[in-house]
Design a protein around this ligand. Structure first.
Ligand code: AMP
Ligand code: MG
Length: 365
């Protein structure tokens, strides 16, 4: 299959959709309407969209990603009116959250209506719905006139895509069209909240636990898969959380302070020690960390360092995280060490992705 790439030059340069960009978005919307597959930018990561009502389209999304078919897709809408046909009813807590966080990086799971087939929900009777705030995504969904099922636009198991170049790497020749709207702002996937039963956080994101708690008046539960590896036979509520994810080719170990620690120097020392030890063993090691950490390390010659942002700058770190994980693949190293963090606010989402990328290998100082 030939994949067309349409670049939204004016939007990328100015943040405003021009007439010329709009023509391209209309073309992409027509592809969605006809049952085709389109990768498009959102504020979180790129999505791989198709008509959520059509079982044949969902099957093609799974095939293009190489995704196991029991891992449900998130359905994207552009206005509140589009929500009601997709669900049995809207719980009052969902309404509360939607008023504050929609459009935005939050997905809500509710009981599905018959409009959404089981092929789209991985066999579940619930559907995950999100209203993105990215102007290109919103325009595309609105013009397509269909609910848009869109998982992250990466090959299954790889880090999510945050630029059109990543989408080209993973999906060229496998989908109809890629809309290039430049790099994504947030960089980690949406927060997922389950409202089909007791309110439960299924995946942390830029709408943080602290923000949800403030709006709901009490703290939601957290699914076990958010914070720890699952035991054999244990099922997460978000089926996607059980798969190895975001994983670079080389094994990755996260090093951070024990909860409540305030001596980041100890993390730097531990990274130094691990790198030295592994280098002596003849391994090619790479470190991914903050600029402050990179400056403080005394590494043997030949050890690669990639930085994902500055200490404490969770927004910057989230935005760069997946691109840096992807970059490590081209460095062909034997082992990667990542600087880790405490789990406040957006750092809960960052650590969730890092721990999964590490297969939960974590060292605490
Ligand atoms: P992705 O689109 O690649 O970011 O993955 C979507 C995530 O949403 C996966 O982890 C899914 O398991 C989760 N998800 C989608 N639909 C549901 C649902 N109905 N119930 C629980 N989790 C869901
Ligand atoms: Mg994904």
């Amino acid at each position: 299959m030939e994949t067309e790439v349409l670049k939204l030059n004016d939007y990328i340069n100015t943040g405003i959709i021009s007439e010329e960009d709009l023509v391209k978005i209309k073309e992409a919307a027509a592809v969605l309407k006809e049952g085709g597959l389109v990768a498009f930018p959102t504020e979180t990561v790129y999505g791989l969209g198709g008509d959520a009502r059509r079982p044949d389209v969902s099957k093609r999304i799974y095939a293009a990603k190489g995704r196991p078919s029991d891992n449900p897709l998130i359905v994207h809408i552009s206005s509140m009116d589009e929500l009601y046909p997709l669900v049995k009813s809207v719980p009052v807590d969902a309404l509360k959250l939607s008023r504050v966080f929609w459009p935005g990086p939050m997905t809500m799971v509710m009981d599905k209506s018959d409009v959404i087939p089981h092929e789209t929900t991985g066999g579940l009777d619930t559907v995950a719905v999100r209203m993105p705030v990215h102007p290109v995504a919103t325009k595309l969904i609105e013009l397509s006139g269909v609910p848009v099922a869109a998982p992250s636009a990466n090959r299954s198991g790889r880090p999510s895509t945050t630029t059109a170049e990543h989408c080209i790497e993973d999906l060229m020749g496998r989908i109809d069209l890629i809309l290039d709207g430049g790099p994504c702002d947030i960089g980690v996937e949406s927060t997922i909240v389950d409202l089909s039963g007791e309110v439960t956080l299924l995946r942390p994101g830029a709408v943080t636990m602290e923000m949800l708690t403030e709006v709901l008046g009490n703290e939601p539960l957290r699914d076990k898969a958010v914070v720890r590896p699952l035991n054999e036979g244990e099922k997460p509520k978000a089926p996607g959380m059980k798969y190895r994810h975001y994983a670079p080719s080389a094994p990755l170990t996260v090093v951070r302070q024990k909860d409540g620690g305030d001596e980041v120097r100890k993390v730097y020392e531990a990274i130094n020690d691990m790198v030295s030890e592994w280098t002596v063993e003849g391994k090619k090691v790479e470190v991914i960390c903050t600029r402050e950490c990179a400056d403080a390390l005394h590494l043997p010659e030949g050890v690669l360092v990639r930085t994902f942002g500055s200490e404490g700058e969770s927004g910057e770190i989230a935005k760069n995280l997946f691109a840096v994980l992807r970059d490590t693949d081209s460095d062909s190293v034997d082992s990667i060490i990542a600087e880790g963090f405490g789990e406040k606010d957006l750092f809960l989402a960052i650590m969730n992705r890092l721990k999964k990328a590490a297969g939960w290998q974590i060292v605490e100082t």
